[in-house]
Ligand binder design. Structure first.
Ligand code: SF4
Length: 116
């Protein structure tokens, strides 16, 4: 079973417009008190922002994932740059051959690296 904090973070990250805290606990299947503790953890870890929000006159919070800086080395498989940079194809990730080829290259690079 997935850690509810990780599950909450994934859910919030999947919605760029944000998630209302008053709806998050229902989606997670936990009670509102447990949801508050999860949200507090994520906020203290600086992974999300918690913004005051009123829905139908009731105060709640809009939870938005913070943008994390990308480590440039994560975009390389050896010296091959991920094809999504400057891609002009119509994107269907599940069927993308350039991306699959790049991931294959990444697996080769990772399996041939010397253990530290
Ligand atoms: S997944 Fe494929 S189609 Fe989509 S942006 Fe990346 S390279 Fe382009």
């Amino acid at each position: 079973m997935e850690d509810p904090v990780d599950e909450a973070l994934k859910l919030i990250q999947s919605k760029p417009e944000g998630v209302l805290q008053s709806e998050l606990w229902k989606e997670l299947g936990v009670d509102s008190r447990k949801c508050s503790r999860i949200v507090k953890k994520l906020e203290e870890s600086e992974l999300i922002d918690r913004i005051e929000f009123k829905k139908e006159g009731i105060k709640t919070y809009l939870l938005k994932a913070r943008q994390m800086p990308v480590n440039p080395s994560d975009l390389l498989a050896g010296d091959e740059l991920i094809p999504c940079i400057c891609c002009e194809l119509e994107c269907v990730v599940e069927e993308c051959h350039p991306l699959m080829d790049w991931m294959y290259q990444l697996a080769i690079v990772q399996n041939t690296e010397e253990p530290v």
